[in-house]
Design a protein around this ligand. Structure first.
Ligand code: PRP
Ligand code: URA
Length: 209
């Protein structure tokens, strides 16, 4: 079974409170999502393998640690996942970015794919899938399956807010995918929105609706 890591650093919890607030406008919302993502990135990358390399400082030759192992890829689920990309890229600037376009059909609540563009070597990369909201888990499950169908074999899922139902669904279908969240909220409402949540993440990021 995969692990679920709740990253509850005080700075993250504070900023999460601000984005939950319905009076927070789009610019502040975007800035905060980026900041929270960057702070989460610190924890998500904690277990990256290191190797000793030789360098020369202005004073002498020395051995020093550098990130080793698999190359990284970031895969935001469009649209709302886009809001998390820059925060993570600030920590891992060399990561390649793939995009999976999905929206949740408001009637059926099922994810509908409309775009997919990935780095050509996904099978050699550790992929970090980004989506602020893990509600029913349908979108995350579909995105992870798209990546696996194209050869990905090492995937982490990173969300700001998850429902207990969404976590369970993803863990059941993808027990190899570790899930990182800033908060596990109470439940889903009758429209499959997370309660208390923050509303529609895509609309709040981009000022739509
Ligand atoms: C939202 C959110 C997730 C999905 C979560 O996207 O960003 O992708 O819903 O719901 P689920 O877990 O029940 O699938 P939405 O479909 O609203 O599209 P958008 O990002 O384009 O706004
Ligand atoms: N998508 C969102 O943006 N918010 C929710 O609460 C559920 C799905």
């Amino acid at each position: 079974m995969s692990k679920v890591v709740v990253i509850d650093h005080p700075l993250i919890q504070h900023k999460l409170t601000l984005i939950r607030d319905k009076n927070t406008g789009s610019k502040a919302f975007r800035d905060l999502v980026k900041e929270i993502s960057m702070l989460m990135g610190y924890e998500i990358t904690r277990e990256l393998p290191l190797e000793e390399i030789e360098i020369e400082t202005p004073v002498c030759k020395t051995k020093s640690m550098a990130i080793a192992g698999k190359k990284l890829g970031i895969v935001p689920i469009l649209r709302a996942g886009l809001g998390m990309v820059d925060g993570i890229l600030q920590l891992i600037p060399a990561a390649k970015v793939g995009h999976v376009g999905l929206y949740r059909d408001p009637e059926t609540l099922m994810p509908v794919e409309y775009y997919c563009k990935l780095p050509s070597d996904v099978e050699e990369r550790e992929l970090i899938v980004l989506d602020p909201m893990l509600a029913t888990g349908g979108s995350a499950n579909a995105a992870i399956q798209f990546l696996k169908d194209r050869g990905a074999n090492c995937i982490k899922l990173v969300c700001l807010i998850a429902s207990p139902e969404g976590i369970e669904v993803v863990q059941k279908e993808h027990p190899d995918v570790d899930i990182y969240v800033a908060s596990v909220d109470e439940k889903l409402n009758d429209h499959a929105y997370i309660v208390p949540g923050l509303g529609d993440a895509g609309d709040r990021l981009f000022g739509t609706k």
